[in-house]
Design a protein around this ligand. Sequence first.
Ligand code: ZN
Length: 203
Amino acid sequence: MLAGLATTRRLAAGGSFLCGVREVMVGSVLVLNQNFEPLNITSWRRAMGMITLGKASVIEEDSEWIATSTKVYRMPSVVRLSHLVRRPMPELKLSRRGVLTRDNLTCQYCGRQSRSLTIDHVVPRERGGPHTWTNLVACCSECNHKKGNHAPEDVGMTLTHPPERPKLIPYLNYSVFRAAIQHKQWRDYLRPFAPHLAEDVQA
Ligand SMILES: [Zn+2]
């Protein structure tokens, strides 16, 4: 049924936050659980298949259109499952990418934005500093060089924000979530799970 579908624009699926926000969302559909928790992001083709089978219903429509030989549809933007999927709440894993995403690709000492940042242990490992969300920050190479194996206060450096463990986000990968929350139609469904991420999103 979906084989003959054509859309009014070129579609790209997938992508990552670091490649750009648009790639994550163009032609993509936010899938909500029956209880409105964000479950995943899928392609519009898969979403149309779920709608056709009665497994999901459209909550928000995209401004784009999908044309078959007999009918024209508005492309779905947000769909909600008709049944509740029960899954264990995932652990938010500590990762280099997660720290860079949390810190908005910004050096936490000098405030410079860069795509080539390092990860700094605020309390150096040599002094027993742990490898945790609250002791890791994004750091530019200049600040990293200046700080070396010292505590920030020893070399006159201060953090722009105290590093925190991000609040738990259900199901979606943290980087994807961060990109997705910038999508105007998706924001209201994602905001309750990470209000701190929604704060710096443009209206
Ligand atoms: Zn710096």
